[in-house]
Design a protein around this ligand. Structure first.
Ligand SMILES: [Zn+2]
Length: 350
């Protein structure tokens, strides 16, 4: 029922209250008001000003900025549902996520309430059709770099702003369909065109915001909420199907004739060195490598199998049906996972 009166604190439309003395109630501020203090249509400029100030304060304090158009809540069911919703965090289960914060400041109910508000804000705003701020992106760049938990910061004029390797994002409520805004540190930023993301599921992700002690050293409270996960593979891949998601990448430099004679190595890089072309060819065959020209004249990119070394006892070694190499290891490739198992005899294992 419309009252055509507005809250003198937050400027939101008020509802009718059960109290006779204070017949108007603002459910956002959880206060009842009498007819002298509530604002009216003629006070509209004042109402707008209160709304602007309230919105700014709520965002800064991590409160949920409810709408200003209709009285909050729309109906009683809304409150009912809200109360039935089980809070994810309490002091006991928030502490393990905030070890050093708890030592320094102590986790308080304020932090628990804030974490729970954020969880419902984030999880209530996720969608499987539209990417939202704070979602996870499985990102493969055209250079073959794979990032399992790239971070969607937000949408700007150039598309989705994405961080390859983010720190835990600082967030605050946005009051729009995204639920939150992020302020993230981290490395490697790029833009992804809207509509290029493919929905692949949901996953829990960690976020943080300042705790009860405000912005201070070690004063951020961490919590987790479920977000949508999207996949993006940058077009025009430089190395075809190869990426660090499933393949080992080696950067090799080919040395000049002069250096080769001096050091004895023709190729080196990524912790490997090869004395001559034959050694490299042998490696490529064993690890099923594919070689690409690098950016520079004498640089190369090799995509090949990972290696896992396994020590085994004499008895096991004898039983292994795999071929033996010159380096006295027995090798067995896992072609599905691109891993070369390299077994060696370890006399300390019985
Ligand atoms: Zn109010």
């Amino acid at each position: 029922m419309k009252t055509r009166r507005f809250c003198p604190m937050c400027g939101r439309p008020v509802c009718k209250s059960m109290q006779k003395k204070n017949p108007f109630r603002c459910y956002n501020c959880e206060k009842d008001f009498n007819s002298r203090v509530v604002l009216r249509i003629k006070d509209l400029p004042k109402v707008k000003k209160r709304q602007r100030i309230a919105y700014r304060n709520e965002c800064q304090h991590g409160d949920y900025p409810h709408g200003f158009k209709r009285p909050y809540p729309k109906n009683k069911n809304f409150i009912g549902n809200n109360n039935i919703h089980q809070d994810k965090y309490n002091i006991a289960n928030l502490i393990p996520l905030n070890g050093s914060y708890h030592l320094k400041h102590g986790v308080r109910q304020y932090d628990v309430d804030k974490a729970n508000r954020y969880v419902s804000l984030i999880e209530g705003s996720r969608s499987s059709k539209h990417p939202r701020n704070g979602d996870i992106i499985r990102l493969t760049t055209r250079h073959g770099d794979y990032y399992h938990e790239a971070h969607l910061e937000g949408l700007d004029d150039c598309g989705f702003e994405v961080c390859e390797q983010p720190y835990v994002p600082f967030i605050y409520p946005s009051g729009d369909k995204n639920g939150i805004r992020c302020n993230t540190s981290g490395g490697g930023w790029l833009h992804i065109p809207p509509k290029a993301l493919k929905y692949v599921g949901k996953e829990e992700k960690e976020f943080c915001d300042w705790g009860w002690n405000g912005a201070c050293g070690g004063g951020a409270v961490h919590f987790k909420a479920e977000v949508s996960v999207w996949e993006y593979i940058q077009p025009n891949a430089l190395y075809g199907k190869f990426s660090t998601k499933e393949w080992r990448r080696i950067r090799l430099d080919k040395h000049s004739e002069e250096n080769w004679k001096k050091d004895g190595y023709l190729y080196s890089g990524s912790g490997l060195a090869f004395r001559n072309q034959e050694e490299l060819d042998e490696f490529m065959k064993l690890y099923k490598g594919t070689i690409f020209q690098g950016v520079w004249d004498n640089s190369f990119i090799v995509w090949c199998y990972y290696e896992i070394q396994v020590g085994v006892s004499q008895e096991e070694w004898n039983r292994l049906p795999y071929p033996e190499t010159k380096k006295h290891t027995k090798i067995h490739p896992d072609d599905k996972r691109h891993i070369l198992y390299s077994y060696f005899f370890n006399k300390n294992i019985y």
